[in-house]
Design a binder for this molecule. Structure first.
Ligand SMILES: [Fe+2]
Ligand SMILES: [Fe+2]
Length: 185
């Protein structure tokens, strides 16, 4: 069996291994930034309610995730997404808008986003080999945290939000689009 990879990549669209890893770090950095902004938007509305503590705990973990990807972007000289200003505004708006719909809608937002991120991190971890064990372990740890956020939001009654299914599908579609864009731009 001869399979040459010299001069060409084996990633999607013929991306080199290096470009593939760079793309992973770019999109994860963008995603964790978006997550921080979503929780900031929720906190702006829900401070002082029964959801404050749960949201604050999730937000704290998102800041840790973002800090880790800040370091990876700097150490590996990855070009950050040019869409950061968009995620700054859109993340906050998504968090605030769902929070204004109520505490359960805010939790529904978390479930939808985290389900998409769970799939996303799972797919990335599967693509990383022994040459990238540190990055893979980071992604697997963060994935476990995101699953924890989803479970906590479900425990807080996310599925009881009115219009749950439509809200969830809309947020998931937006999250997948944000991932697609942040990998490329
Ligand atoms: Fe995160
Ligand atoms: Fe999260």
């Amino acid at each position: 069996m001869t399979k040459t990879t010299a001069g060409g990549g084996d990633g999607p669209g013929g991306l080199s291994r290096e470009a593939l890893i760079e793309r992973m770090i770019r999109v994860d950095h963008a995603g964790e930034y978006g997550a921080v902004r979503i929780y900031a938007g929720q906190m702006a509305v829900l401070k002082g309610t029964g959801s404050e503590k749960v949201i604050a705990e999730m937000a704290e973990q998102e800041r840790e995730h973002l800090a880790a990807f800040d370091t990876l972007v700097a150490d590996r000289k990855v070009r950050p997404t040019a869409l950061a200003p968009l995620w700054h505004a859109a993340g906050f708006a998504l968090g605030a808008a769902t929070a204004l719909m109520g505490e359960k809608a805010a939790m529904a937002c978390t479930v939808a986003v985290e389900e998409v991120i769970d799939e996303h991190y799972k797919g990335q971890a599967e693509k990383l080999g022994e040459d990238e064990t540190d990055l893979r372990e980071t992604i697997e740890k963060f994935r476990a945290d995101e699953i924890g956020h989803r479970d906590e939001a479900l425990a807080q009654g996310a599925e009881q939000a009115s219009g749950y299914r439509l809200l969830s599908e809309t947020i998931k579609a937006g999250s997948r689009l944000a991932i697609w864009l942040s990998e490329r731009i």
